[in-house]
Design a protein around this ligand. Structure first.
Ligand code: TRP
Length: 333
């Protein structure tokens, strides 16, 4: 019997430089999930312009992100991988959903309040409307599940509210999506300040290892990683956050468990641990970067992925949009 798989929706904005933390978490999840769910994966460029972007850079980053995800193992044949702005139904459904969403609800969103402070010179309607566009993304595909981290949890809740509201006023139209709290790979911390999560915007650039760092930069950053003065390679998040973080990274990138890693470093010093961890990361990153470069040089291929993705995404999205248009009373010619 053919088993029907659940639909998973996820999107990422093409604005951020990704770190090895994102590789273990976000990118890794996309790769793992594509075999378990019917996945729709979008590059959310329409969300990206809610803060000012340089057009040429946005275009470049969009292509780079697509190439990176494919280089990391996201398979455009196994999932629907597409660009949000190339499927008009997103903007169209967002407009309708706007009329089922209250201004007060949007003004209360934590991320809106936070971004309004950080971009006080540009508190545009799109920034306020961001969660509605996100709701449109998800609801168009009748997604069963949406993987969410803490920062997007509230947006998924409002998506559910909007879906239920619409369903109650008319009749069941949207699947009400469930959050998927991902069994993320290990959490990775800043190499210079292991109390903080590794982030793209770290104060000290040596604290974050980026997916674009070349082999030498990777080795340098690991050699400078903050440890402690106790000298023993042991996993103890509380007392030895720096060393534990290195062990986590080593384990994630070399495919051994943390326990096995600790054993293999028995009687060896921190210098060995740093060197081996840098080496493990470099060994993974270099081929990914080579593949990404190869893909970026093949414009025809990448454009084809986008074209094909848009076509497949639109097929599903338009079905939902048509239902919605009918329910709200738009006259169909
Ligand atoms: N807002 C999300 C982020 O910045 C990206 C996103 C856009 C998204 N649409 C989505 C995530 C729909 C999940 C579902 O991370």
């Amino acid at each position: 019997m053919e088993e029907t798989r659940k639909v998973l929706y996820s999107a990422v904005q093409p604005t951020n430089s990704l770190t090895i933390g994102n590789y273990i978490g976000a990118i890794g999840n996309w790769v793992r999930q594509q075999t378990k769910y019917d996945c729709f994966y979008a590059i959310a460029d329409m969300h990206a312009i809610t803060v000012r972007q340089t057009p040429a850079e946005l275009r470049q980053k969009t292509r780079e992100l697509l190439a990176l995800y494919i280089a990391c193992g996201v398979d455009p044949e196994a999932c629907v991988l597409y660009l949000q702005s190339s499927v008009p139904a997103h903007a169209e459904l967002a407009w309708v959903l706007n009329t089922f969403t209250y201004v007060g609800e949007m003004e209360r969103m934590t991320q809106f309040k936070d971004k309004s402070q950080r971009h006080a010179e540009n508190i545009n309607m799109g920034l306020l409307d961001y969660p509605v566009l996100m709701a449109a993304d998800i609801l168009l595909y009748q997604a069963d599940v949406v993987p969410v981290g803490a920062d997007q949890k509230q947006h998924l809740e409002i998506t559910r509210d909007i879906a239920e509201r619409f369903n109650n006023i008319y009749s069941p139209t949207f699947k009400v999506p469930e959050p998927l709290f991902t069994e993320v790979g290990a959490k990775i911390y800043d190499l210079q300040d292991p109390a903080k999560k590794m982030s793209k915007s770290a104060e000290n650039p040596n604290g974050s290892v980026f997916m674009t760092d070349d082999g030498d930069a990777v080795m340098k950053k690991f050699k400078r990683a903050v440890t402690d003065s106790d000298g023993e390679v042991r996993y103890d998040e509380e007392k030895k956050p720096g060393v534990s973080n290195l062990l986590t990274i080593y384990s994630a990138f070399s495919g051994v468990t943390v326990d096995e890693a600790v054993k293999s470093f028995e009687g060896r010093g921190y210098a060995d641990l740093k060197e081996a961890t840098g080496e493990a990361v470099r060994e993974k990153l270099v081929p990914i970067q080579e593949e990404q470069r190869r893909l970026l040089a093949d414009k025809g291929y990448l454009d084809g992925v986008f074209r094909n993705g848009a076509e497949r995404a639109a097929r599903t999205a338009n079905k939902t949009l048509e239902k919605v248009y009918r329910k709200v009373g738009f006259y169909k010619v």
